[in-house]
Design a protein. Sequence first.
Length: 334
Amino acid sequence: MLDLIEKLKEKFKSDLSQIKSLPEVDKLKIQYMGRKGEVADLFDRMKDLAPDERPQIGKYLNELKSYLNTETENLLFRLQKKSTDSQLDLTLPGRKPFVGRKHPLTKTMDEIKSIFYGMGFSVEDGPEIETDYYCFEALNMPKNHPARDMQDTLYITDDIVLRTHTSPVQVRVMEKTQPPVRIIAPGRVYRRDTPDASHSPFFHQVEGLVVDKGICFGDLKGVITAFAHKMFGSDIKVRFRPSFFPFTEPSAEYDFLCVFCMGKGCRVCKNTGWVEISGAGMVDPNVFKYVNYDSEKYTGYAFGMGVDRIAMLKYGIYDIRLFFENDYRFLEQF
Ligand code: DAH
């Protein structure tokens, strides 16, 4: 009996080695492992054995059966793999991998940062959930000051707000550093506004602050003008108009020549030839008091900058809401 088992194994091995196709494997399976196959035949013969031989032979037969099973499964796997490999059509056009890209606002922010890096500024960060103290109080806007009405604020509690501007970072930076200070602070800000083509309840600003001995308004004009030229080209003029902000004195608003009509007047600039960018001015000595800077020794300028506005000018976008809708057809253009 042992002899028969060994012979069957050898025969199986040689049959297996001849097989080249999937249907042949099926045939082999039936021939050896089928209900009336060769293994079953050997099991049948067990009844002719002496009872004390049966357990040992039974064990050998089971081992044979599992050996045949494993070998046919392995072969099946190899043949199936070969057949899918051969279905691989190398002439099919490739599928382009999906490549993400930067959001136009991130690109604009990166460009603004790199221009100011080039002028020796470093970048600072501040919280979007801000205290009333940093957002208003320390910027010379005490409670009930009418200037607070300029910014429709989203209050969390009486003392905690979503920051309405990036100016609080000025105070945070001055609290922890001594002059000279030369920073920008980019980030998201929030106001209670109904969205339309030019308003969004959240948008982006870059704050600028320079404090040192002998800083004057001319420095501010020089830096803003250099920025305008780097960002939009050297024929973009800058103008400053008198204005009021509680944290600067004197204060101004500044405009860039409209990049679309170059001053002739168009839809974007509402026929004025100029596009308003933000406010700026010389740091009010009252703000210096809050951070213990000596206003007899130091002067400084500060400015804001509307990033969304700049991105709209840069890329010719007419509706601020497009930035936030996450429509792939819009975003893939940048
Ligand atoms: N924070 C002001 C705003 O959001 C803009 C601004 C005005 C920033 C004057 C300044 C500044 O730094 O000096 O409306």
